[in-house]
Ligand binder design. Structure first.
Ligand code: XIL
Length: 363
């Protein structure tokens, strides 16, 4: 039933057969799997400490065939100090996924962000040792259990004004651009069967920023191809922001350019920041649903996209929600970027995604 959702806003969006959906077999993961697409979302074990933990776990069990670690594999979680390796949160995530027969995407091994302070104080030789030891130790521990890794996250950062528009940080300072290829070589050796992903942000918008990210990423991917770096898949985060302009057909052309270079593509962190939508919650939900619908209609026909993951499933567990709360909710309203509302009710966006999955061609 559509209680709590503005049904009038759903005209033309919601096929009658979907209105009664709700059992596990109708979940998004099952719908996607029927077409050969793996569907899931980021999962945070910190949410399991909340009073709503059971309902949180239940929507993932219903909708997800793959979980991406939101925090558990970030360097600041795994290595809070130089001599500690804390696998407890990651082990907890694996236990949830294995109970519900979901695969896991490990996010992320090498990122010039989410680093504990002590890493910034290392000398070049120590950074080299850390890069190798970290990838090997973490991947070998979860070999065969974490089947896809974001080996390198967000290598592009035009604001740092480095050659190739690469992002600065300890790895770049130590190796230059070659830290990227090197990371993938180490990763392939640590688990030859895992899918190795280079994940990037901000390529989606149809503005100067998006254009810079797209051309910089394409340039990097060409150089990596030439160098023989063992990269299987390019992850495009797809944090859609209503404050920016979009042309999803042009974005799909960009995805096809990546495919033409010989890479697979995954949509890895989809959500819709509704900050520029100025209306009631029901109307905002309808507009967000339409953005999901249009985005997926443009990209899901590309059969090389084999994985689609959102960044969380419910509004109140989104990084955008936490960010708004941390800032004292300056807009006077909380974000509604995802498929379930803060009471775990399906929103119109859930139905838009279900419809897009049902309509897409099989892989
Ligand atoms: C975000 C998490 O959602 C937050 O909880 C955390 O505080 C910061 O990181 N791109 C990424 C993710 O690759 O790792 C980010 O996740 C969101 C943007």
């Amino acid at each position: 039933m559509l209680t709590g959702v503005g049904t009038s806003a759903l005209c033309g969006l919601l096929p009658p057969t979907l209105a009664a959906a709700g059992s596990a077999g109708d979940g998004l993961g099952a719908r996607a799997a029927a077409k050969g697409l793996k569907f899931g979302a980021s999962f945070s074990t910190e949410e399991l400490n909340k009073p709503y933990a059971d309902r949180y776990a239940a929507i993932y069990a219903e909708d997800c065939r793959v979980l991406t670690s939101e925090l558990e594999f970030k360097m600041y979680t795994l290595r809070p100090t130089a001599d500690v390796l804390d696998f407890a949160p990651a082990d907890k995530l694996l236990a949830v996924a294995e109970k519900d027969q979901q695969t896991v995407r490990g996010h992320t091994l090498v990122w010039n962000d989410a680093l504990p302070d002590w890493v910034h104080r290392l000398g070049p030789g120590e950074v080299e040792h850390l890069l190798e030891a970290h990838i090997e130790t973490v991947m070998e521990r979860y070999r065969g259990r974490v089947t896809s890794w974001d080996v390198v996250n967000e290598p592009i950062g035009p604001w740092d004004k480095l050659p190739g528009n690469l992002r600065k940080g300890p790895y770049y300072s130590t190796f230059g651009e070659s830290y990227i290829a090197k990371s993938f070589v180490i990763a392939r050796k640590a688990d030859p069967k895992a899918e190795l992903v280079l994940n990037e942000a901000q390529t989606e918008s149809d503005d100067d920023n998006g254009a810079t990210f797209r051309s910089s990423l394409l340039g990097l991917l060409k150089r990596l191809k030439d160098s023989g770096a063992p990269i299987d898949t390019v992850g495009l985060q797809s944090h859609i922001d209503t404050a920016r302009p979009y042309d999803f057909a042009r974005f799909a052309d960009f995805v096809r350019e990546i495919v033409a270079l010989g890479y697979g593509v995954a949509i890895t962190e989809l959500d819709v920041n509704d900050r520029a939508l100025d209306s009631t919650p029901n109307l905002r939900d309808a507009a967000v649903a339409k953005i999901y619908k249009n985005f997926l209609a443009a990209v899901l026909p590309i059969r090389e996209i084999k994985t689609l993951t959102l960044w969380q499933l419910a509004d109140h567990t989104s990084w955008l929600w936490y960010d708004a709360v941390a800032k004292g909710n300056p807009g006077g309203r909380l974000p509604r970027p995802l498929l379930y509302d803060a009471s775990f009710k399906k929103k119109s966006a859930w139905y838009a995604v279900a419809e897009a999955l049902d309509a897409m061609p099989a892989r």
